[in-house]
Design a protein around this ligand. Sequence first.
Ligand code: ADP
Ligand code: MG
Ligand code: MG
Length: 515
Amino acid sequence: MTTSSLPAWPPALTPEQQAKLLLLASTYALSHGFTLLPPNPTTPPTSAIPAPLSLCPTPFPRELYELAVRIQPAYNALYVNVTKDVEFLDRVMGGVVSKVDEFQGELWRCWKQCRDELVQPLQLGLFRSDYLLHEPQEQRNPLELKQVEFNTISSSFGALSELAGKLHNYLRASTNYFGTSSLLSNPASYPSNDALRSLARGLAEGWKAYGKDDAKILFVCQDGERNIFDQRWLEWDLLEAHGIHVIRHTFEEIPKYARLGDSSRRELLISDPLLPSLNASEIAVVYYRAGYTPTDYPTKEQWSTRLMLERSNAIKCPSLALQLAGAKKVQQVLAEPGMLEDFLFRGDGKERFSSEDVDDLRRTFTGLYPMDDSEMGKEAYRLAMEEPEKFVLKPQREGGGNNIYREDIPPFLRQLEATSTAPGEPPKKEGYILMSLIEPPQGLRNLLVKGGSLTANEGEVVSELGVYGIALFADKDAGCVVNRGAGTLLRTKGRESDEGGVAVGYSVVDSVVLV
Ligand code: ADP
Ligand code: MG
Ligand code: MG
């Protein structure tokens, strides 16, 4: 039994039934593009593997799922308003953080260098707000929804999440999960999830706002990307549903093919080496599936490329400012008293949102603390040293695998202090935030498929819900041209693994059944 209102999970399936589900899931995955490239693929690839998957969808409280979906437009507006506030971003990201965190410092300096001469007023956000269920200590209390983080760059797995929902629905339709669970048998348990089409539509809305029929979209991607099909699905949907062409390039390739137009419009032009006679294509939207981590910028050249793209007339998804707004430091500052009201009620926010929306957002916050020398920072330091089992320490990084958990925190902080900084420089710990650990409900398990086989792991699992959001907005407008939710993702991992990235191999793509 679980300790909470969730049912015991998964239902009792015999080894033969599991093997049948695995066979059906694997063939469905391979033929419907729920896939990753294998390690060290050939060029062109000659094989794919099923993406990591759970054989059963995972129960999730309907009320909290609907809450997460309902509040997404408010979260979108919140981060849009942060992005528009130059003075705030300068204070929070351009101050101490930029001095102690080289990567964030470089992002901020790059933005500062170009922000007064930008020609494109519009920006596009494809966001994902991530949550865990929290089981309050007083276990008879209902489960709560707690935000892990808010991603403003390279929010991935939209396509695979839509496919995971379809795959689970297919297993239901074809096997009824062998009658082992009334929840799984009921089609009404499975919410519809159109994350792929909705995210593609968001990119298309940016493209349309640019206003040039033959313009294309540039995907900036990483070399050797194994999660390629998640990106290709977006390309295919852009082409098939919207007639929009995509060009893919890595940061390394862009300088070879890209230039800015001579006019004051500074259009971004990309030439195609296979079509030398054709005029270069104008780019309407630059969509980053790279650029969120320091390893994407091994030399100054990648920073120059980022700066060139930022200065161009293309709509950036995201802009440098929007990327900075997604920093964990901003999440922590937004949890300070009064901040939510201040940012949410700006522009047309007073008409769009109410104090109930503020309450809904705040209910999803957990303890967030600065690591500076403010009173709160000192208290956070004490807590981190004396009760580390309750906390996670986070640097300003994306992509998984960067956080410091529980008992590792005190020696890590001592080490940071020992190696700290020249006189007059702020202490390195100020580049981190401290966050209360969310405690997901216990007793849930699932059948996890990795590399095409069922993992032996019979342990408990933890599921992280992501809600996608789209915002298209201009600096000077009161509100957004587009502001809406865009489907969901569920990732499930073994409870013993603190980190949750599918791409880094810890978790699987899952979907919800609502209870
Ligand atoms: P990243 O931007 O690298 O994905 P996250 O803040 O999402 O960073 O942290 C990575 C993972 O660490 C999450 O997916 C989640 O599994 C775990 N995690 C992060 N914050 C918490 C928290 N407050 N409580 C419990 N687990 C957390
Ligand atoms: Mg993140
Ligand atoms: Mg994350």
